[in-house]
Design a protein around this ligand. Structure first.
Ligand SMILES: NC(=O)c1ccc[n+]([C@@H]2O[C@H](COP(=O)([O-])OP(=O)(O)OC[C@H]3O[C@@H](n4cnc5c(N)ncnc54)[C@H](O)[C@@H]3O)[C@@H](O)[C@H]2O)c1
Length: 362
């Protein structure tokens, strides 16, 4: 398969920026992909880059520029802390590299829009690892929504009752700072707010309250309780926490006039529609060989969903199409999240669209 930049190239070369907790998930996903090859990693902490490079037998670049100068690197995966994605994304795009960034795209709409613009101008693809969207259960729910099987959607809810120990928040400077996206709303909850946005569409209003109930001395919310009004008319609740030991599987629930679907972890728990279809029995078995989905620990999950996102980027390059999760489709999720912070800060419901309000981080 000749999908590289040069006619003789038989692989799609990847570079990974940031060699921390999530980097091995990216590397394993690329290694397991059809046509992808990890060429190297870069981290400002050279020892971390060296360790990961040795573990996976890839190169440790000495600078981001060195990675970008490598003409065999076609795609750059950005796995730096949340508030630092922008610089790497923009530098990579301007060097003509396609980009897959970790979630959230950035901590502001301003930076997100800038990255989208720069990638568009550079004519490079710009995707995001909100990889829960690719789970079989979510794809089944999405197609039931799109084909109208729910009828009028009434509720779209997310429950994430997880646990992270105190040391998780003190393990690195950025993990204890709200403005770096280390509160539960961004660090863990972003995925599930994204699933609601993906399934039920954009919110028109959110009302959120944020508290710290289980991590004393850390200036972050470890609990969010929110109400969402969706533009489609549905309503929903979002309950997110990392203070609920030992942590149980997340739940995404959709209720429409004509049906109910519930995903627990990555399994279909409930799948019931008034118009039972032949494929429904098979859909009910989705997730039977379930993998852990992060309830009890930060690395307590597999790289299967990341692999789908990586494979999609490779395939999108060979067939010259858009990636399945472009950052443009994740921007509305960031908007909901920012609206939640604004609502919690001012103790009132917030109507979308919103603009950046940096006072929420203080
Ligand atoms: N998709 C998921 O399921 C998932 C899971 C965990 C983390 N994440 C996301 O991945 C990102 C990284 O999280 P993590 O837990 O791996 O963090 P981490 O702190 O473990 O790793 C981040 C690494 O980036 C490095 N770094 C910082 N600034 C840099 C720069 N300018 N250039 C190069 N390297 C730099 C740090 O030295 C560190 O090694 C975050 O955006 C986080 O939200 C996503």
């Amino acid at each position: 398969m000749a999908i590289g930049r040069h006619p003789m190239e038989t692989y799609c070369g990847f570079g990974v920026v940031g060699a921390g907790l999530i980097a091995p998930f990216h590397i394993n996903a690329i290694k397991d992909s059809r046509g992808g090859k990890v060429l190297g990693v870069f981290d400002v902490a050279r020892d971390k880059a060296a360790q990961v490079a040795e573990r996976f037998a890839v190169k440790a670049y000495s600078s981001l520029q060195e990675m970008l100068d490598d003409s065999n690197v076609r795609v750059v995966c950005v796995a730096t802390p949340n508030h630092l994605h922008r610089d790497a994304v923009i530098q990579a795009a301007k060097a003509g590299k396609h980009v897959l960034t970790e979630k959230p795209p950035a901590m502001s709409l301003r930076e997100t829009d800038e990255m989208i613009r720069v990638c568009k101008n550079a004519n490079v693809k710009f995707g995001c690892f909100v990889q829960c969207r690719v789970r079989g259960a979510i794809q089944a729910m999405k197609s039931a929504v799109d084909s109208g099987r729910f009828g009028r959607l009434l509720h779209a809810d997310a429950y994430m009752k997880w646990f992270r120990p105190q040391e998780y928040y003190t393990s690195d400077g950025w993990r204890g700072q709200k403005k770096c996206g280390s509160g539960v709303t961004v660090a863990q909850g972003f995925h599930y707010i994204d699933l609601l946005q993906h399934l039920a569409g954009q919110a028109s209003e959110v009302d959120a309250r944020m508290t710290n109930i289980g991590h004393p001395g850390i200036n972050l919310e470890d609990e969010v309780l929110a109400h969402i009004q969706y533009r489609c008319g549905a309503r929903g609740v979002v309950q997110l926490s990392t203070a609920l030991w030992p942590g149980t599987d997340i739940r995404i629930e959709l209720n429409g006039v004509n049906g109910t679907a519930i995903m627990t972890g990555e399994k279909i728990q409930t799948w019931k529609f008034r118009d039972e279809q032949p494929e429904d029995e098979q859909i009910r078995s989705i997730g039977d060989s379930s993998q852990a989905t992060g309830a009890g620990g930060a690395a307590d999950f597999g790289h299967r969903d990341h692999l789908v996102v990586v494979q999609d980027m490779i395939d999108s390059l060979s067939s010259d199409r858009e990636v399945v999760i472009p950052v443009t489709s994740v921007r509305p999720t960031l908007e909901i999240v920012l609206a939640m912070y604004q609502s919690a800060k001012h103790h009132r419901p917030v109507t979308l669209p919103v603009h950046d309000d940096d006072t929420v981080w203080s």
